[in-house]
Design a protein around this ligand. Structure first.
Ligand SMILES: *Cc1c(COP(=O)(O)O)cnc(C)c1O
Length: 353
């Protein structure tokens, strides 16, 4: 049995007449542009934003392709990874009929996006050390199962998922396997983009929101076969990435060295934070992390969360999430921020003695 993208696609998407924008119909850069009902006089801002941006972000993709070692035609850019997630549901999952498999505890947007699109979610929890139950996952698959979402390194647990088991699913499952690598910059594990040549049913997501420090710009990447990318491009809003974002990120691409330096600093701080937390006797467990955060287990985490807020230290309360009972998810901060957190935690627990 081999993978057939056309068979997976919703029928009406296959025959969809896509919108063609002014910037689709004429792609030249020079000329008198009277085609897009723009304001010819400029903008009210210091910088001009009066022209519509490139709908396919060609220049930006060229640069990303070099860094990520893929072809520009294998890249989709979205308004955050969240846009790619939503478009996958809309392209492949028939509401009220198809289903996807999620592996909790994991990133919340997969389920929210499924619900918005009225798509059934089948959950197969990870093991206690946050790895895949591959056979249980495959047991849940039926002819309406379109996508399996795998987050690696996983949010909120922080660990990377066993590569061999992801490869096993890629081989056995004839729907799409999405590997969300939002945190891969913080891990030594090679990206699954290296597997794109072997698997037509693979889609890898990465983002500029974490290691690149550009969360506010909203730019997410999806890498897949060029046929799959074409589908996402056909159904996305025409101008989904603003000109400001395209220009800013394009300029930043020359600064890849700075990303590497910031990642290195974050890894140093992750180690510092881990060592400090380990020295606190009330901390029960710090889970292994390949990401820029630590999942930390402690007594009465729910209460600790509130008391941290009283001291204006905000972490993520995951204590009600499956397999994360009594856990807080703590983002690695600067040295001063990490010290502030440790101080605040110490205060809370010393007052309890
Ligand atoms: C932060 C995060 C993202 C990034 O989402 P954007 O919409 O690109 O900001 C994606 N996936 C996971 C698992 C994340 O934690």
């Amino acid at each position: 049995m081999s993978f057939k993208l056309e068979k997976l696609l919703r029928p009406h998407i296959a025959t969809l007449q896509a919108y063609t924008s002014a910037r689709d119909e004429y792609t030249g850069k020079e000329g008198t542009f009277l085609d897009a009902n723009e304001n010819p006089f400029g903008s009210i801002t210091d910088q001009d934003f009066n022209r519509y941006p490139d709908p396919y972000q060609a220049e930006l993709k060229q640069k990303i392709a070099e860094i990520k070692e893929v072809k520009p035609s294998q890249i989709f850019l979205g308004n955050g990874s969240d846009e790619a997630i939503d478009l996958l549901f809309r392209a492949f999952c028939n509401p009220g009929k198809d289903n996807v498999i999620l592996l909790p505890p994991t990133y919340g947007m997969y389920e929210v996006s499924a619900s918005i699109n009225d798509v059934e979610v089948r959950k197969v929890p990870l093991t206690a050390d946050f790895q895949l139950r591959t056979d249980k996952i495959l047991n849940e698959v039926d002819k309406h199962t379109k996508i399996i979402f795998i987050c690696s390194p996983n949010n909120p647990s922080g660990n990377k998922v066993n590569r061999e088991e992801i490869l096993y699913l890629l081989k056995k499952f004839k729907g799409l396997v999405v590997v969300d690598e939002a945190y891969s910059d913080f891990s030594d594990e090679p990206s699954f983009t290296t597997e794109l040549k072997n698997f037509k049913n693979l889609l890898v997501m990465q983002t500029f929101s974490k290691a690149w420090g550009l969360a506010s710009l909203r730019l997410g990447m999806a890498f897949a076969s060029k046929d799959l990318i074409k589908i996402l491009n056909r159904i996305k809003p025409p101008y989904n990435i603003s000109g400001l974002t395209q220009e800013t990120v394009l300029a930043a691409m020359g600064n890849y060295e700075k990303v590497k330096a910031m990642v290195k600093d974050i890894l140093t701080e992750r180690e510092f934070l881990k060592t400090k937390l380990e020295s606190l006797d009330f901390v029960n467990k710090i889970y292994p992390s390949d990401a820029n955060f630590l999942l930390v287990k402690m007594p009465n985490a729910n209460l600790v969360y509130d008391e941290l807020i009283d001291q204006k230290v905000i972490v993520r309360n995951r204590s009600k999430v499956i397999l994360c009972e009594d856990c807080l998810r703590i983002t690695v901060g600067t040295r001063a921020e990490n010290e502030h957190l440790i101080e605040a935690l110490s205060k809370i627990f010393s007052s309890k003695k």
